[in-house]
Design a protein around this ligand. Structure first.
Ligand code: CUA
Length: 311
């Protein structure tokens, strides 16, 4: 698949919601320009007018330029924006794909709810082009905010509440998302990507994600698998088919196939894994995952090779 770009601009919309918001922006900008021009033109005119020659002119000017024009233009803009609200708050049609996204310190838990079961991944969503998708947003700890500028509006993730966002991507590509609410030390290190795929590509990706974790290919990866269990990684991470005690951290079943590590901060390859495992606390301050800098180099490489192979 061709990755067009990791666009992160609300003014280059690639989804229905973002298109509406971009249109709203330009209409508001044009309306503001009209008010600005009216006020300044009339001010210039007022300064030059001679009160002795034309009594009452300044008063008229104040009424027209200072009250009438702004009132008419701003009321028009308000009505335009309000008329847009129902579209932005609409629910996805019944039977649409549902994805639950939870903001956690400092990553994104992503859960696909499918008729035949659910599965989890992290820091990445893949969506089919041209189909409405309902996102259910929540938080596991503090306030976060889900925002993919190129696809839709920004919606807060509030502890104890579920909020909703309807996305309808219109162009394939990879679009960057961010946390848009200051949530703590690593707020700026909490990115993700939404990858919009053709429908057939999406279906085959979905089928792959439902499968259990791949068996290690080769002796190095097999050593890594044993180390994963011996070092207690499974106390926090689930590997479907391999076990795992609790889903405290990200589900790692297909972690090697994701686009980034650490919520958008490291390249997803063997060296990225080794770096993350050995120095997670340095890469992301206040991260909940402990660092494993004490591991011997060979063990770190084996673990990295194993996780990198989980495609
Ligand atoms: Cu999460 Cu800012």
């Amino acid at each position: 698949m061709e990755i067009v770009s990791a666009l992160q601009s609300a003014l280059s919309p690639a989804g229905a919601g973002a298109e509406r918001l971009a249109r709203l922006f330009w209409v508001l900008a044009a309306g503001s320009a009209v008010v600005w021009c009216a006020v300044f033109a009339l001010t210039a005119w007022a300064v030059r007018a001679r009160p002795a020659d034309r009594p009452g002119r300044r008063e008229n000017l104040l009424i027209v330029g200072g009250a009438l024009v702004p009132t008419v233009v701003l009321a028009g803009l308000l009505l335009y924006a309000l008329a847009m609200l129902p579209g932005l708050l609409a629910r996805a049609p019944a039977g649409s794909l549902k994805v639950a996204v939870t903001g956690e310190m400092w990553w994104w838990r992503v859960r696909y709810e499918l008729p035949d079961g659910a599965f989890e991944l992290a820091n990445e969503l893949r969506l089919p082009v041209g189909e409405p998708v309902e996102l259910e947003l929540g938080s596991a700890d503090v306030l976060h905010s889900f925002w993919v500028p190129a696809l839709g509006g920004k919606v807060d993730m509030i502890p104890g509440r579920r909020t909703r966002l309807l996305l309808e991507p219109k162009k394939t590509g990879a679009y960057r998302g961010v946390c848009a609410e200051y949530c703590g030390t690593a707020h700026a290190l909490m990115g993700f990507e939404v990858v919009v795929l053709e429908k057939e590509e999406f279906a085959s990706w979905l089928a792959g994600q439902k499968k259990p974790a791949a068996r290690p290919a080769g002796a190095l990866a097999e050593r890594g698998r044993r180390s994963f269990h011996a070092r207690g990684c499974a106390a926090c991470h689930v590997l479907r088919g391999e076990g795992g005690l609790a889903a405290i951290g990200p589900d790692l079943t297909h972690v090697g196939g994701r686009r980034t590590l650490g919520a958008g901060i490291l390249a997803n390859d063997a060296s990225g894994f080794a770096r993350w495992i050995a120095r997670a606390d340095k890469e992301k301050p206040d991260v909940l995952m402990p660092h494993f800098a004490m591991l011997p180099r060979e063990e770190l490489e084996a673990l990295a090779a194993y996780l990198d192979g989980l495609r």
